[in-house]
Design a protein around this ligand. Structure first.
Ligand code: IFM
Length: 451
């Protein structure tokens, strides 16, 4: 059975991961330039200086997207290309590059879905405290307003943030992403709170600049799936998906979505972070309704199974020995993309886009010159079947963006992980569509009816 009639099929990327051109046409430095150039922070010392060189090879990428029959493309705008110092003067060359790109997408009949912040914060703002400083949120709103006004009538769909769970959790708590901080839970919550404040101000700014624009946030987090179909296990999985404990709350949907979906700031069981939640300034509380969402973006990769314990409380189920994994080591759990959207749709009542889903494989060019990636086809096939079950069960999922269009710079993992439908030979920049690209095109053409 095909997917719903208006279902949108796309692929996704992010600026720092593919663009390169890091020092061109007036782009300012971002925290990822600083971080990746700091010895020991990325595998092999890899940086995004060149990445897939999409800054120069974008027309080629456009042809790849056309050949894939993509209906939509989710990409991010690099804030430091538009405002090299984060605030102040606009860089016209930065806007001009995205002008060419967006116009080419539209000419190809591919709908742009723009992410405004996929982690490449201007370094100049980091120097003033980054997300620990509420001024960063105000600067983000100016940037969002500038972009939305500039692309009015051309870009309709915006995601303000990509995965605050990672930009804050990995960047301010675990220290493995830029800016590389390992702060206490209270400080981590301060960065979180300012990030959500930024979303709220930006959502408002986008709507004021372009009343026809639609605003979402691309979120991620722990998804718990029921060990069996029993109502008790389903209830336990739901509870565990949204539960927050002090020191274990950043990789969850709740503190990103509850505040902007009319549920207020959630309680964080424990101490440190809750003290900061209790002290959120009034102006930030007042801004929450501005952050209302037209849709939720979910970046889904895997999940953990949960059952109801003897007292009905959630118990995590260990994975069986040898459970299937992707090249990066993440478990393969298609049920994530059935239950995640079901639980979020029940809780928030909003349409959902799967803004990322995919896997890294140990892809290579085979003797016949092609890239055979049956693992990616099998993984995506299984996840799409599960997604369709979720839709049939009532989750209002309106589109799917495969992560990623191209192999690219996988943050602290450098170029070690290949997530693309298209293989990139980094020394030459040569692109080779993998077998999965042809398979995905067939799936798009059949609106999933081939699955
Ligand atoms: O590459 C990342 C992306 O930038 C954010 N979501 C997860 C992907 C795979 O790790």
């Amino acid at each position: 059975m095909p997917f719903p009639k208006e279902f949108v099929w796309g692929a996704a990327t992010a600026s720092y991961q593919i663009e390169g051109g890091a020092f061109e046409d007036g782009r300012g430095a971002s925290i990822w330039d600083t971080f990746s150039h700091t010895p020991g922070k990325t595998k092999g010392g890899d940086t995004g200086d060149v990445a897939c060189d999409s800054y120069h090879r974008w027309a080629e990428d456009m042809e790849l997207m056309k050949a894939l029959h993509l209906q939509a493309y989710r990409f991010s705008i690099a804030w430091p290309r538009i405002f090299p110092a984060g605030t102040g003067a606009v860089n016209p060359a930065g806007l001009a590059w995205y002008d060419r790109f967006v116009d080419a997408l539209l000419a190809a009949g591919i709908e742009p879905y723009v992410t405004l912040y996929h982690w490449d914060l201007p370094q100049a703002l980091q120097d003033k405290g980054g997300w620990l400083n509420a001024d960063t949120a105000r600067a983000f709103a100016v940037y969002a307003a500038t972009v939305a006004a500039h692309f009015k009538g051309r870009v309709k769909y915006y995601f303000t943030l990509n995965e605050p769970q990672c930009s804050v959790g990995l960047g301010y708590s675990a220290g493995v992403h830029a800016p590389g901080y390992k702060l206490d839970d209270a400080a981590v919550f301060t960065a979180w709170q300012n990030t959500i404040y930024a979303h709220c101000l930006a959502a408002d700014a986008i709507r004021k600049a372009d009343p026809d624009a639609k605003v979402g946030m691309a979120s991620t987090g722990r998804i718990c799936t029921p060990a069996t179909d029993s109502p008790a296990d389903i209830a336990a999985a739901r509870e565990a998906t949204f539960a927050l404990a002090d020191g274990d709350w950043t990789f969850t949907y709740t503190p990103a979505l509850d505040p902007v979906c009319g549920r207020g700031w959630p309680k964080i069981a424990g101490g440190q972070a809750q003290r900061v939640v209790d002290a959120i300034p009034q102006e930030q509380l007042d801004a929450l309704p501005l952050g209302r969402l037209d849709f939720i973006g979910m970046n889904i990769y895997n999940s953990v199974a949960v059952r109801a314990g003897a007292d009905g409380k959630p118990e995590f189920c260990p994975r069986a020995a040898g459970h299937p994994r992707t090249a990066i080591g993440w478990p393969i759990t298609p049920e994530a993309i059935e239950w995640g959207p079901r639980f979020l749709h029940e809780r928030y009542g909003l349409p959902i886009f799967i803004t990322e889903n995919g896997l890294s494989c140990t892809d290579r060019i085979h003797l016949d010159g092609k890239v055979h990636d049956p693992e990616r086809i099998d993984f995506t096939h299984r996840y799409l079947l599960a997604l369709r079950q979720g839709i049939e069960a009532g989750a209002d999922v309106q589109g799917y963006f495969h992560w990623s269009l191209l192999d690219n710079f996988e943050w602290s993992e450098g170029y070690n992980e290949r997530f693309g439908l298209v293989y990139v030979d980094y020394p030459t920049g040569t692109r080779t569509p993998k077998d999965s690209a042809a398979w995905y095109r067939e799936t798009i053409d059949a609106n999933g009816g081939n699955l």
